[in-house]
Write a protein that binds this ligand. Structure first.
Ligand SMILES: NC(=O)c1ccc[n+]([C@@H]2O[C@H](COP(=O)([O-])OP(=O)(O)OC[C@H]3O[C@@H](n4cnc5c(N)ncnc54)[C@H](O)[C@@H]3O)[C@@H](O)[C@H]2O)c1
Length: 321
């Protein structure tokens, strides 16, 4: 999502200077930002948000806005190994907040998720709903969001927290449901659906998420929280069947697998507050999915090395590191 946002914001504000601090974990990929790598207003710095020195190198150079996209994000990985989530998502956010305080940053935006609210059977979470996270990922994000709140209250830092629904689109690492299923089908493999696929998710196309963040940067108020949702609610099975149909595959390609522990049944958020700033989604769920499918069809070179586990080899070849 961060790379989509950098491309978007450099187009929208060609005179802004953007510094991208990224640790380049398995999910980070400089290839995503190849088209801006020669832009004189873009700079990449390899570093860890949980290392104060790395952060100071960037923020101490006169950065006036921090948009924190960096995180460990995959729920299944958080179930297997939560430590990196606690370190990056909580401690990394703390390190950025400390730097925001030390260097008097003019705006800090925390990119977070609706998963911090937990699961809701009926109705919608709003910005003041209590946090009831159910996975180590969402608990780490919730911890970070609470630190943001505390830094606003205690130090009056200009912080805004955003909770987005499930994001999908181009350049998404092929472990999340939509890119995993599309790329599996392109490889002739089945798609693993958890349980009976009845979990409901609200979806937003990355470009709309970028537009929401740009709107919040412009019109959002410090100390406020904004939900970013579309109302495009689908069960995982509906999403799966749409992808299968669009890709000309039959339902025999579905493999129902054991459900994820503590799997949230339904996420749904009320985003009237953001709509009050003048934002609304511009890409429908169907159009977003069609654009995503086309992108993965046309960019096999991007995702194939990631799926074959040969990413590190590929990365060494590309960047000689
Ligand atoms: N994907 C979604 O559906 C979704 C929905 C709502 C909110 N979010 C939030 O949006 C943000 C971005 O999500 P994404 O899906 O693009 O994640 P991702 O896993 O695809 O990418 C995460 C990026 O953060 C970098 N990173 C990880 N640890 C780091 C560290 N310690 N220091 C510096 N960089 C580090 C990685 O190298 C990678 O470039 C996250 O904060 C996530 O919680 C995601």
């Amino acid at each position: 999502m961060g790379s989509n946002f950098i491309r978007y914001i450099l187009k929208k504000h060609p005179d802004w200077q953007v510094v991208n601090l990224d640790k380049l974990t398995y999910a980070g990929n400089l290839e995503n930002l190849k088209e801006v790598s020669r832009n004189k207003n873009y700079q990449f710095v390899k570093g860890d948000i949980a290392e104060a020195e790395d952060v100071a190198k960037v923020i101490g150079e006169g950065v006036d806005k921090i948009i924190n996209y960096a995180a460990e994000t995959h729920v299944d990985r958080s179930i297997m190994a939560p430590d990196a989530f606690i370190k990056t998502d909580i401690f990394g956010t703390y390190t950025l907040l400390e730097a925001a305080k030390k260097y008097n940053v003019a705006q800090y935006i925390q990119i977070s998720t609706d998963e911090v609210f937990g699961s809701i059977k009926k109705g919608f979470f709003d910005e003041s709903s209590p946090f009831r996270p159910n996975s180590p990922y969402s608990a780490s994000k919730a911890g970070a969001d609470l630190l943001c709140r505390a830094y606003f209250k205690t130090y009056n830092l200009p912080i805004i927290v955003t909770h987005a629904c499930n994001v999908f689109g181009l350049n998404q690492y092929p472990e999340k449901l939509i890119p995993l299923f599309i790329t599996n089908l392109l490889e002739g493999k089945k798609v693993p659906v958890y349980g009976e696929g009845q979990q409901t998710r609200e979806w937003i196309f990355t470009e709309d998420h970028c537009r929401a963040i740009a709107m919040i940067m412009e019109k959002g108020q410090s100390g406020e929280v904004y939900n970013i949702g579309t109302g495009f609610e689908k069960t995982n099975l509906e999403t799966t069947k749409f992808i299968l149909r669009e890709m000309g595959s039959g339902e025999e390609m579905i493999e129902y697998v054991k459900d994820r522990p503590a799997h949230d049944e339904r996420y749904a958020i009320n985003s009237q507050k953001l709509r009050g700033l003048g934002w609304q989604p511009s890409v429908s769920w169907e159009e977003g999915l069609r654009r995503t499918i086309s992108w993965y069809k046309e960019n096999r070179n991007w995702w194939q090395p990631l799926k074959s586990g040969a990413y590190l080899e590929y990365y060494k070849k590309q960047y000689g590191k």
